[in-house]
Design a protein around this ligand. Structure first.
Ligand code: SF4
Length: 379
C-alpha cells in the first residue's frame, strides 16, 4: 500500500528557522487547488494507482490556509483516481487558523487526524521563531481541539532554542500534557543556512545553543512524555501505544509514496524491487501552475546498495531499529568488517543493542545522527 503527500505551499509569514518551500502571497490559492486537482486526475490509470492508498498527508507550508471546501475538493479528486483504503488522513494546521467551525468542516471533509504546529506556549520564543500565532492562540487551539471530534491528533513542539531554559521547556511540556495528547513530535531547532536564523547565526548575532544544553532538553522531553505514557518511538516522535503515525512509518519502511503539489517528493520502487526512483515537483508555484509537475524534477535512481544505506539510516532512528534479516533478504546487504567493529564498539559503550534487530539505546538515540554517519562511513 502507498501513501500520498500533498504540499500546500502557502504561509502567512516566514518562520525564522524554516527551509521548507512556501510563499507568503495568497492570491493564487484557488488556482493552486484547481491545478492540484488536475495533477491528481493526471495520475488516473498510471502505475501509481496500482496499489491502494493507506495514508494521505496534507503538509506544507500551512494546509490550514485552505478552506474545508478546498480540502474536500482535493480529497474528492483523490477518491476518483485512487483506490483509497486509508487508515489515516492528516492535515497540518497552525493555531491561528483553528476554530470550532473550521475543525468541524475538516472532519466533514474527511480529515481524520489533526497535526497542530504549536511549537511553544511561550510568547518570547514564538516571537523569536517569528511564528504567526500568539501564546494565547497556542493554548486556545488545544482547547478547541479537545472539545472537537478529533480524538486522533498530534502536536509539534520545538526545543533547543538559543536562550531557552529548561524551566521554559518544562512549562511548555506541562501545558501540553494537560491536553493528554496521543502523539507528540518534538524537534530540536536546526539552523539551516538559507533561513533568517541561519543568517543571524552566520553574522554572529545569535549563538546556537551548546550541544550539552540541547541534550538536556532532549532528556527532559523524553522523561516528561514517557512519565505520561507517551513513549519515544523515533528520534523526534512520541506516542501512546497504538497512536504512532502511520504515514511517517511508511517512509521509514520504504513504502511507496507519491508527492503532489510544488516541492513535494515522491519515492517509488521499480517493478523488479531491485531499484527505486526518487523525484520531486519543482518548488515553484508559478512553474507548477504552468504544469511543471508533468516533468519529474531532480530524478534520482537508487540501486539496492543506496537503498540499503537509506533503510539503515531511517530505521536506526526508530526504537525498533533495523532488521538484519530484512537487510539481507530485501537489500542483499551485509555489514563490512569495519562496520561490525564499529557496532561492537558502540555496543560496549551502551549506545547500540545488537540481536535480531540492531537498535540504538536511549543513550544512542540522543546522538543518532553522529552514530549513523560514522556507521555508513566506517572503513
Ligand atoms: S508555518 Fe511552517 S512551513 Fe510556514 S514558514 Fe512556518 S514553519 Fe515554515
Amino acid at each position: 500500500m502507498s501513501g500520498l503527500y500533498i504540499h500546500i505551499p502557502f504561509c502567512k509569514q516566514a518562520c525564522s528557522y524554516c527551509d521548507f518551500y512556501f510563499i507568503t502571497r495568497q492570491q493564487h490559492k484557488q488556482d493552486f487547488v484547481d491545478e492540484l486537482v488536475e495533477e491528481i486526475q493526471a495520475k488516473k490509470d498510471t502505475r501509481f494507482t496500482d496499489e491502494p492508498v493507506r495514508t494521505i498527508y496534507f503538509g506544507g507550508g500551512t494546509p490550514s490556509l485552505l478552506s474545508p471546501g478546498q480540502v474536500e475538493d482535493v480529497l474528492d479528486a483523490i477518491h476518483q483516481v485512487f483506490d483509497v483504503q486509508t487508515e489515516e488522513i492528516t492535515l497540518e494546521m497552525n493555531p491561528d487558523d483553528v476554530s470550532k467551525d473550521y475543525l468541524r468542516g475538516l472532519k466533514l471533509a474527511g480529515i481524520t487526524r489533526a497535526s497542530m504546529g504549536v511549537q511553544s506556549f511561550n510568547a518570547d520564543l514564538l516571537d523569536f521563531m517569528h511564528r504567526a500565532h500568539t501564546a494565547d492562540e497556542a493554548l486556545k487551539c488545544l482547547e478547541i481541539l479537545e472539545a472537537s471530534k478529533f480524538e486522533v491528533f498530534t502536536v509539534d513542539l520545538i526545543y533547543g532554542n538559543p536562550g531557552q531554559s529548561l524551566n521554559t521547556l518544562e512549562h511548555d511540556l506541562d501545558t501540553l500534557l494537560q491536553f493528554n495528547p496521543p502523539h507528540v513530535s518534538a524537534y530540536s531547532l536546526t539552523v539551516e543556512p538559507d533561513t533568517r536564523l541561519g543568517k543571524q547565526v552566520k553574522l554572529g548575532r545569535i549563538a546556537p545553543p551548546e550541544n550539552d544544553t540541547v541534550a538536556d532538553h532532549f532528556d527532559l522531553v523524553t522523561e516528561k512524555l514517557s512519565a505520561h505514557g507517551i513513549n519515544q518511538y523515533e528520534v523526534s516522535n512520541f506516542a501512546r501505544s497504538g497512536s504512532e503515525a502511520v504515514h511517517n512509518s511508511n517512509y521509514w519502511n520504504h513504502e511507496n509514496y507519491l508527492g503532489l503539489g510544488p516541492g513535494a517528493h515522491s519515492f517509488w520502487w521499480n517493478e523488479d524491487r531491485k531499484s527505486a526512483n526518487r523525484w520531486s515537483n519543482k518548488a515553484d508555484i508559478k512553474a507548477y501552475l504552468k504544469k511543471a509537475h508533468e516533468t519529474p524534477y531532480e530524478l534520482e535512481r537508487l540501486n539496492l546498495p543506496n537503498l540499503a544505506e537509506e533503510r539503515l539510516m531511517l530505521r536506526l532512528r526508530t526504537k525498533k531499529g533495523v532488521s538484519r534479516k530484512v537487510l539481507k533478504s530485501l537489500y542483499k546487504f551485509e555489514f563490512s568488517s569495519a562496520q561490525i567493529n564499529y557496532l561492537q564498539k558502540m555496543e560496549q559503550e551502551g549506545k547500540v543493542m545488537v540481536d535480531e534487530n540492531i537498535r540504538l539505546t536511549p543513550k544512542g538515540l540522543k546522538i543518532a545522527d553522529a552514530i549513523l554517519l560514522d556507521l555508513v562511513t566506517a572503513k
